[in-house]
Ligand binder design. Sequence first.
Ligand code: PGA
Length: 251
Amino acid sequence: MRTPFIAANWKMNLDRAAVGAFCRALRAFAGDAARPACRLGVFPPFVYLPQVVEALAGSGVAVGAQTCHAAPEGAFTGEVSARMLVELDVEAVVLGHSERRQHFGETDEALARKLPAALAAGLQPILCIGESEEARDAGQTEAVLERQLQADLSAVEPGALAGLVVAYEPIWAIGTGRTATADQAQEACAFVRDVLRERGVEADAARVLYGGSVKPGNAAELMAQADIDGALVGGASLDPEEFAAIVEAAG
Ligand code: PGA
């Protein structure tokens, strides 16, 4: 049985006061034993990581970054290494989000270097993949997902990927209010698991999340699908009450 993982991707949002308020609300919520057994994670902008790690210490909520660099250190202005994150007690990192691929030129080659670096440092990677609307319309969804997965995981031994988290995020559903149907999301997540299995990864232990306009109103149906093990939530994760409602729906 895979415990659902509900992750809040704050992107470049909130400020110090709002981050503090969110963490207080999340702590109270996560500490309530009556809540369903979900693993929770928050992914704030880099600058708020120490504040969030401190505010959520001992709560069981995982704190992660939204990207990292493959090198441990060096002349890479503006970048942050996996080692630096671990030093701050950060546990996880989102890699390959479509916004980084689209706006910051993140390539599968770069991701193939980042994944082993994150794992070697001890971070839990959440690898994001997903097709564009054009690719879906052209019947290329599975081809795109397979290409991204194979390329991004190419430098990691399957045995090192136990407990891997992959987030299936169709680009056309991110921030658009257009969610994939439960059937579309299930089909893609099942396909992701098949590809992992073929690679020799322990696919039944891997978590496959869905992301793209997840809201309190659609979370229950999405999370009820056999191969959807949680959600990567953007817009609706900026409000603690909405986020809590999604977690409730996932249980
Ligand atoms: P969204 O973002 O929930 O706002 O669509 C999801 C994501 O980008 O991870």
